[in-house]
Every structure is written in structure tokens, then in C-alpha cells.
Design a protein around this ligand. Structure first.
Ligand code: ZN
Length: 360
């Protein structure tokens, strides 16, 4: 009997389709082009076309607005082709003023991309061998296990999570439609424990999508932001539990570091501002557009700092387990924050706010 069960189990396991879980075509296209540029060759139209067809760069190339794909291609030429003119241009880009960045956020992105590419160029051969030798399959295994350990109920072994596509842009990873996209250089710069935590963070977003309250989230911009704050706040507990200060204190995050630390330190104040703006709107004192514009200013970095601040207060007050149990339900997260805030003497969200946001 046991034998039969084992054989049946084996057949079952063999029948599970093995989806493409890792895609390195964009990272490889990046290496192909940069290797040629570094040895002084010109890049043909066909080569750029191949580059634009690889898994991640294809996403950017197919956008109506070509800003991002053009910036990527220009930055590659700028960093990997050594000329006096390029050196001069890089220097002026790196010394760009905070003022100019404030006026147009595009400058920040340009700067972050160039900084990342300079970092890649510094350890070019090492990162190339890393791409060849790293055990990506075991990364997936460990990250799934980590997500299970983080959640109260382990994920089913049959749960499909999105494939991971590597590319080079800036220090970031994102849960996108059909794939999780990860910058290979920032991934390379992490310790192996941190790499697993980074992927687990994105797997968390991916897994949470199945439970999300779509009706609530997509009802308004306000609701979407409220949900995003919970989503990022809990996810940051996976990879940034050591705190922003320590997390961002190393390459390739050094430029982002002061911004993230500052946003975290002002999170309680920002939450209070968010609360005020929503109440003003609820009393018809400001228009909807005015509210949304103000919230976009207050809720920085997709809600990470405010969310992480709230999650930290919840954990410090001893409600971690409840927070994880209801990881997809914003109402519970905001209620738990208030419980924690009462206990810890922090800014409290009013009943009017809670009624307006969650019972409309
Ligand atoms: Zn995230």
C-alpha cells in the first residue's frame, strides 16, 4: 500500500509543469552590448533591436513614452564608452543639484541609472561570472521557504509564483505583471541572506495579490494608496527589519540612503498630514484632485516609509502575529496601528478618518 502511494505521489510530482522561473535574457543582452562597447566597437541597429526584445527591456521599449528605454541606452554608451566627452557628461550628471532634481524627478532617475552602471563597470568581470555561476534555482527554493516561514500559514507547494527576470537599471526590484523584475547589480551586491530576503519581499507582493480586496483598492486613488502603505510596510519587515539606516548604508543604495532615512524619520508626521488631508476632503473643504495631489506629495517612495513605520509600531506593541494573519486587509492594519499607537502614545487616527476611509 505504502509503495503504491509513493508511486502515485511520484507520478503526481513529475506531472507538475516546470515553468520558466528565471530569465536572464536582459542581463545577457546588457553584457553583450557593454562588452562590445568596452572593446571599442560600434553597436549595430540589430544589436540594439535584440536588446529591446529581451524580457525586461521589451517592457520599456513597448511603452508609448520612450524616455526610459532611451535613457537606458544613452547611459550605457555614456558609462561604458570611455571618451573625454562622456567623462565630462558623467561628472556633470553626478554633481546635479538637489534643486534641479526637485524640479524634475527625471534627473534623479538618470543619475541613479548612471551610478548603477558605473558600479557595474567597477566589478564587470566578477558580476559576469556571478551570472554564470550563481545557483538561481536554490534562490527560488529558499525564498519560497522564507515566505512560508514569514506568513502564519505556509504557502502550498503547488502555489505558482511569478518568474524572476533579471536586468540592469537601478537599485530596485518590482512585482510586475507576469514577472518579478530585479536589477542584477544590486542583487549581486547583497549577501546571500539579503538576496533571499529581497526575492521574498517581492514574492510577498505576488502572493498577496490573490487575497487583495480589489473592490476596495480600485475604488479610488485614496484607497489604492491606503492599501499600498500596508502592502509595502509589511513587505519591508521581510528584508529591512534591521532598519532603513543600516539597510541603505551600503552600495548600491548610498545615494538613496539619506532620502529613505529622512522619510522614515518623518513618517509619523507624514501620517498625521495624510490624516488631515483626508479629513479636509471628507468635509468638502478641498477637491478630490487637491487631495490626491497632496497625498502624492506626502506618501513618498510608494508608501514604504509610512507603511514600514506603522508596521514597526504594530510589532513593537506586540501585535505582529495579528498583522501577518491579516496581511491583505488594510482595515485591520490601520486598526492595529491605532491599537499600537494608543499603547505607545503616538499619533492616533481618528474615528472620523477610519469611518470615512473604510465605510464609505
Ligand atoms: Zn515592495
Amino acid at each position: 500500500m505504502i509503495r503504491q502511494v509513493l508511486i502515485l505521489l511520484l507520478i503526481f510530482v513529475l506531472q507538475i509543469p516546470k515553468a520558466q522561473t528565471i530569465d536572464l535574457s536582459s542581463a545577457d543582452a546588457f553584457f553583450d552590448i557593454t562588452t562590445d562597447i568596452k572593446s571599442g566597437k560600434e553597436i549595430s541597429k540589430e544589436q540594439w533591436k535584440r536588446f529591446e526584445k529581451s524580457s525586461v527591456y521589451r517592457r520599456f521599449a513597448s511603452r508609448d513614452n520612450p524616455f526610459l528605454i532611451n535613457t537606458i541606452k544613452e547611459s550605457i554608451e555614456l558609462v561604458f564608452r570611455k571618451t573625454e566627452k562622456n567623462k565630462y557628461q558623467i561628472d556633470s550628471l553626478l554633481s546635479i543639484s538637489e534643486e534641479k532634481i526637485k524640479q524634475d524627478r527625471k534627473w534623479l532617475l538618470k543619475k541613479l541609472i548612471v551610478e548603477n552602471y558605473i558600479n557595474i563597470n567597477k566589478h564587470y568581470n566578477e558580476i559576469k561570472s556571478f551570472r554564470k555561476e550563481y545557483d538561481f534555482e536554490s534562490l527560488i527554493y529558499k525564498s519560497r521557504k522564507k515566505l512560508s516561514a514569514f506568513l502564519i500559514h505556509p504557502i502550498d507547494s503547488l502555489t505558482n509564483l511569478k518568474p524572476i527576470h533579471f536586468f540592469m537599471l537601478n537599485a530596485d526590484a518590482k512585482n510586475e505583471e507576469n514577472a518579478i523584475i530585479v536589477d542584477l547589480n544590486s542583487f549581486y551586491n547583497l549577501t546571500d541572506k539579503q538576496r533571499v530576503e529581497l526575492i521574498t519581499h517581492e514574492y510577498f507582493h505576488n502572493y498577496r495579490e490573490r487575497f487583495e480586496n480589489h473592490k476596495f483598492n480600485y475604488k479610488s486613488d485614496l484607497n489604492y494608496m491606503i492599501d499600498m502603505i500596508q502592502n509595502e510596510g509589511i513587505a519591508d519587515m521581510i528584508d529591512k527589519a534591521i532598519g532603513y539606516e543600516e539597510f541603505y548604508s551600503r552600495e548600491p543604495f548610498t545615494y538613496l540612503s539619506p532620502l529613505m532615512v529622512k522619510s522614515y524619520n518623518s513618517a509619523e508626521n507624514d501620517l498625521e498630514r495624510l490624516h488631515k488631508v483626508v479629513l479636509q476632503y471628507s468635509l468638502n473643504k478641498i477637491t478630490k484632485d487637491w487631495m490626491v495631489d497632496s497625498l502624492l506629495n506626502i506618501v513618498k517612495f510608494n508608501g514604504h516609509p509610512i507603511g514600514f513605520y506603522m508596521a514597526n509600531q504594530i510589532v513593537k506593541a506586540g501585535y505582529r502575529k495579528q498583522m501577518i494573519k491579516t496581511f491583505y486587509e488594510p482595515l485591520e492594519f490601520y486598526k492595529l496601528y491605532n491599537k499600537a499607537a494608543k499603547k505607545r502614545n503616538l499619533f492616533l487616527l481618528s474615528d472620523e478618518f477610519m469611518e470615512f476611509v473604510f465605510k464609505r
